[in-house]
Design a protein around this ligand. Structure first.
Ligand SMILES: [Zn+2]
Length: 545
């Protein structure tokens, strides 16, 4: 749903920091998709799927004469894969449509009036070129698994395939009855049909972005692991991996759900299933039904896959419930999920594991920077959607949240996070929205921080010395920013001062390229350490002068 768009129309706001609409997707503020119901038939004899889709639309303004949906059209270029639309019906009437350049345009029978609600039934079929992977899994068993990220859902589902328009969804799948079917939300029907087929109906009552629509059709071993807040936690794995999968996925989903619910706000969805699949190589955070690589299940609860589970659970809050309004703000999803994974690790496994995670992350950021010095976190290179995220979106995005926590303080940080979640849960948010909330709770002007770290490339390197001015009993610090790129960062920085028996931490504010800072000390300092609590993403060459 696009409540956010409605707000923008009522109260236009223009960012000083970045063009608000650099994402080129043709958004239509007059049209709001409310629900998609996909009735899909799959079979063992062909990879062709047939779909009868009902889309419910609300018109937010009068005058629309057509409805635009994304759907990849069958073509020779795709070796005849893609979808062919046969008819579109609304209120019993057949409607004219065009299907060109992978856009399905439905001609409305009459110009829409404001607040009109209409349903359209679209019939199409074809072999998905991608987006729904129909293939044997690693055990040679035939499976069907979705792979919609970021905009591949349009290969098999006619939708407004962009995160700005969130909608509820239903999957009603008819499949040979040796398969089980899993999707978003709650299973509301399972009926055996003639001809050894079964109909399974899943219904998701909370609006989500299209990349989060999920479908798995396979033979599964299914375990009801437990409950959180009255919602079931489930494991769906290949029958061959039953023991290993039930063991691996038994933790830490419940404690992660509890931690995030407690610290951020209520879990938005109706269940949480962890699903083994062959359509993704890592994890895919699909709302309420997370897909993991089929190789993730090994039966040893290793740390690597444990952290993927935590990351995908964290996404249920950030990415899924609070969704970036534009693709250029994708760090609101990946940077957040990465940092909130670390926050759960800090909570569950302790400070050392947390700092270890930050250090690993820093190394990734530094390595990426060397090869890509001009990379910005909020970016507009969206012409190739395979580049919508990079490892930097995850790791530097996470570090930016960590630095923000350092600047505003841990308590204020959490206060900001809870109020941001409360305000934007189940709708969309931008980087500016997040900044405004954090400014409100902290009382700080965070524009320079956001501008320098998110909208500009660069890295932070300090070089300097310290001395003890005996006469004045002061520490004197000379510290310059020496990175070779044109970036500049105004940052507070903690300095730990150690004497023989005393020590304290002082926060200094570094607002210039070259800084000289003095502060009193009532013992003889022997050692000074910059950033003792590991709060700033930086390199420092700092010694006694
Ligand atoms: Zn992620």
């Amino acid at each position: 749903m696009q409540i956010r768009l409605l707000l923008l129309l009522l109260f236009p706001v223009y960012s000083l920091m970045a063009l608000p609409f650099s994402d080129p997707y043709p958004k239509n503020p007059n049209i709001d998709a409310l629900n998609y119901r996909f009735s899909i038939k799959v079979s063992d004899t062909t990879d062709e799927i047939s779909c009868e889709e009902t889309v419910d639309i609300r018109y937010l303004a009068a005058g629309e004469t057509s409805l635009r949906l994304d759907l990849i059209k069958a073509s020779a270029k795709l070796e005849n894969k893609g979808m062919v639309v046969s008819k579109v019906i609304s209120e019993g009437k057949t409607l004219a449509f065009t299907h060109e350049n992978d856009v399905l345009t439905i001609e409305l029978p009459a110009p829409a009036v404001k607040n009109q609600r209409s349903s359209y039934i679209i019939h199409y079929k074809g072999i998905p070129a991608t987006g729904l992977k129909i293939a044997n899994n690693k055990y040679g068993d035939r499976t069907f698994f979705s792979d919609n990220w970021p905009n591949k859902g349009r290969n098999w589902l006619a939708t407004i395939d962009h995160p700005y328009d969130k909608a509820t969804c239903e999957f009603i799948v008819t499949a040979p009855d040796h398969y089980q079917v899993v999707s978003n939300g709650l299973k509301v029907e399972e009926t055996n049909l003639p001809n050894s087929e079964r109909r399974t109906h899943w219904k998701q009552s909370v609006p989500i972005a299209t990349w989060l629509y999920v479908l798995g059709v396979a033979e599964f071993a299914v375990q009801y692991v437990g409950e959180f807040d009255g919602k079931s936690i489930e494991t769906w794995v290949y029958p061959q991996d039953r023991d290993a999968g039930f063991y691996d996925f038994a933790i830490p989903t419940k404690s992660a759900l509890a931690f995030y619910s407690d610290r951020i706000g209520p879990f938005s969805y109706e269940k949480l299933a962890n699903i083994q699949s062959n359509s993704v190589s890592g994890g895919m955070e699909a709302a309420s039904a997370i897909l993991y690589s089929e190789n993730s299940v090994v039966g040893d609860r290793n740390e690597r896959w444990r952290n993927v589970v935590i990351h995908e659970v964290a996404h249920q809050w950030f990415g899924n419930a609070v969704t970036e309004y534009d693709w250029d703000d994708v760090w609101l999803s990946e940077g957040f999920a990465t940092y909130f994974t670390l926050l759960f690790i800090e909570h569950q496994y302790g400070r050392d594991a947390f700092v270890e995670g930050l250090k690993k992350s820093k190394k990734t950021v530094d390595d990426f920077y060397i090869k890509n010095p001009d990379y910005r976190i909020v970016h507009d290179n969206l012409s190739d959607m395979s580049k919508v995220v990079s490892i930097q979106t995850y790791q530097k995005g996470s570090w930016i949240l960590h630095m923000l926590r350092g600047i505003v303080g841990t308590d204020v940080f959490w206060k900001g996070i809870t109020s941001y979640y409360k305000k934007y849960k189940d709708i969309n948010a931008t980087t500016d929205d997040f900044r405004s909330v954090m400014e409100e709770v902290s009382g700080l002007d965070l524009k320079p921080f956001f501008q320098q770290w998110l909208y500009q490339p660069g890295t932070l390197k300090y070089k300097g010395t310290w001395q003890f001015d005996k006469k004045k009993q002061e520490v004197v610090i000379a510290l310059d920013q020496v990175q070779k790129d044109s970036s500049f960062f105004e940052m507070p920085l903690e300095v730990a001062v150690y004497g023989k028996e005393n020590e304290f931490i002082k926060t200094i504010q570094l607002d210039k390229k070259s800084n000289t800072i003095r502060f009193p000390v009532d013992f003889i300092p022997e050692k000074l350490v910059l950033d003792p609590n590991f709060l700033v993403l930086m390199e420092a060459d700092f010694k006694k002068g």
